[in-house]
Ligand binder design. Structure first.
Ligand code: ATP
Length: 441
């Protein structure tokens, strides 16, 4: 048996049981669409962010990073088009009051919750969270929590250009929180109300924009493959003209085959000069650049690559989840790429007697910056199962012979094969495992 059989229920339960993800404020009943990362979730998300940055940094293309404010003034969101366009169609069941995204259900059919067929009219619902800035009554102004990180990049475009050594073409990247008051948050981390995005805005000459649109689609697909996502569960979906957002001249989604169907994992959009033009018009500031060759000013075009940390996290879990049979027992295993796995290696003394030898080894690897866990209690079989379930690629077992000959047993997660290695070989073995190649197809 070797089943890739994730269901959302199984993943939610594993995430809670092992400390990846918790419902936020669960002891007070929680809020739909809000989640907290536990110890393992935090480690794994750190790996995701680091790998995303590495995937940009290994290229010749120049990318700089910013870290912008989460709250933006009304003027910004007017210019970006979010106040007038960033809404989803909403409909309510008049009998049970359940609320739906109108494009999620069929209004010809009865309410999936109560079975009646009495719908309100479909209304537009703006997804942005509002807040008040300023403490004085009557003097505070309405502002919005950013629904995407991109706009903070556009409004800082000139600041970055004039303060850094960058020249067109170049990218500004940002990792940070975004907030959307989704009508029906669902499918666990797939659609949340507070989530994190990793976005790259690539600024280029208009004449080169189609070339870079194709270039970034390829790079982003290679990234998904390099971090271990199964090729057959990835596909590219190019938007038809009628599907395009208000800002887009072309959009391609990298889709993943989730347990609940093919859905967007990452969006790559050719935004043209929409955003810079909007911000020039609304702010009155000049955001054009001067071309030394043609001696003319122009508005750069933008290619955007946008992926959610949390959605990628969910994707990696879905993709890595297997149930297989080891020694007549069913085990759950996360076959995560070692560079993604929250723990790289677990140090397991066979009995408490090996503590004095095993613990210093744990500390040494930890100080060398490896993600290590020390687990000394329970049967060795149970400890292996736990590590399999959290995706730890290597277990090191310290036994009676270890102090005598400085060797330990190295157990491989996927094959469960074991080999005897000497202590001094451990770092090289771990480094080889953690290597990631972004260029391979
Ligand atoms: P959808 O059509 O699914 O609502 P979208 O096209 O509005 O998504 P984008 O604005 O393109 O999404 O967002 C870029 C990326 O940010 C998405 O590909 C996804 O990875 C992530 N993302 C967007 N909304 C959410 C959310 N509510 N929860 C988690 N991740 C999200």
């Amino acid at each position: 048996m070797d089943a890739h059989a994730p269901t959302l229920e199984k993943l939610v339960s594993l995430c809670k049981r092992r400390g990846f993800i918790f419902q936020s404020a669960e002891i007070y009943g929680g809020v739909t669409g809000l989640y907290d990362s536990g110890p393992l979730g935090t480690l794994m998300k750190e790996n995701i962010r680091r790998l995303w940055k590495e995937s940009l940094n290994h290229l010749e293309q120049e990318v700089v990073y910013i870290d912008g404010a989460l709250i933006g003034p009304e003027a910004l969101w007017k210019a970006s088009g979010h106040i007038s366009n960033f809404h989803d169609p909403m409909v309510d069941c008049m009998v049970c009051k359940h609320r739906y995204r109108a494009d999620d259900i069929s209004l010809d059919k009865p309410c999936p919750h109560c079975g009646n067929k009495q719908w309100t009219e479909v209304r537009d619902f703006n997804l942005m969270f509002t807040t008040q800035v300023g403490a004085n009554t009557g003097q505070s102004t309405t502002a919005y929590l950013r629904p995407e990180t991109a706009q903070v990049v556009f409004v800082n475009f000139k600041n970055v250009m004039s303060s850094s050594r960058v020249k067109i073409p170049f990218g500004i990247a940002q990792i940070g929180k975004a907030f959307r008051n989704e009508i029906t948050p669902k499918q666990f981390l797939f659609r949340m109300r507070e989530f994190e995005q990793m976005e790259l805005e690539w600024f280029c000459k208009p004449s080169e924009s189609n070339h870079f649109y194709a270039f970034w689609i390829l790079q982003r697909m290679l990234f998904m493959r390099a971090i271990g996502i199964t090729k057959e569960r990835l596909r590219l979906h190019g938007h038809a003209p009628e599907e395009l957002s208000h800002y887009s001249r072309g959009t391609s989604d990298i889709e993943y085959q989730y347990p609940f169907g093919w859905k967007e994992l990452e969006g790559i959009a050719h935004r043209g000069d929409f955003d810079l033009t909007q911000h020039m018009q609304h702010s009155g500031k000049d955001l054009k650049v001067y071309d030394e060759e043609t001696k003319e000013s122009y508005t750069p075009h933008v290619i955007e690559c946008s992926v959610g940390v949390d959605r990628l996290f969910l994707t990696l879990l879905c993709d890595a989840y297997y149930e297989d049979e080891i020694d007549g027992e069913i085990r759950t295993v996360l076959r995560l790429h070692p560079a993604v796995a929250p723990i790289t290696v677990a140090i397991l003394p066979l009995t408490k007697k090996q503590h004095d030898f095993a613990y210093p080894l744990y500390k040494k690897l930890k100080l060398a910056d490896y993600s290590v866990e020390y687990d000394s209690s329970g049967s060795i079989g149970k400890r292996y199962r736990r590590q399999d379930e959290i995706g730890t690629p290597f277990c090191i077992t310290v036994d009676f012979d270890s102090p005598a000959d400085n060797t330990v047993t190295l157990r491989h997660r996927d094959s469960t094969k074991q080999e005897r290695i000497s202590l001094e070989d451990i770092p090289a073995r771990l480094d080889a495992l953690l290597k990631i190649s972004f260029l391979e197809e």
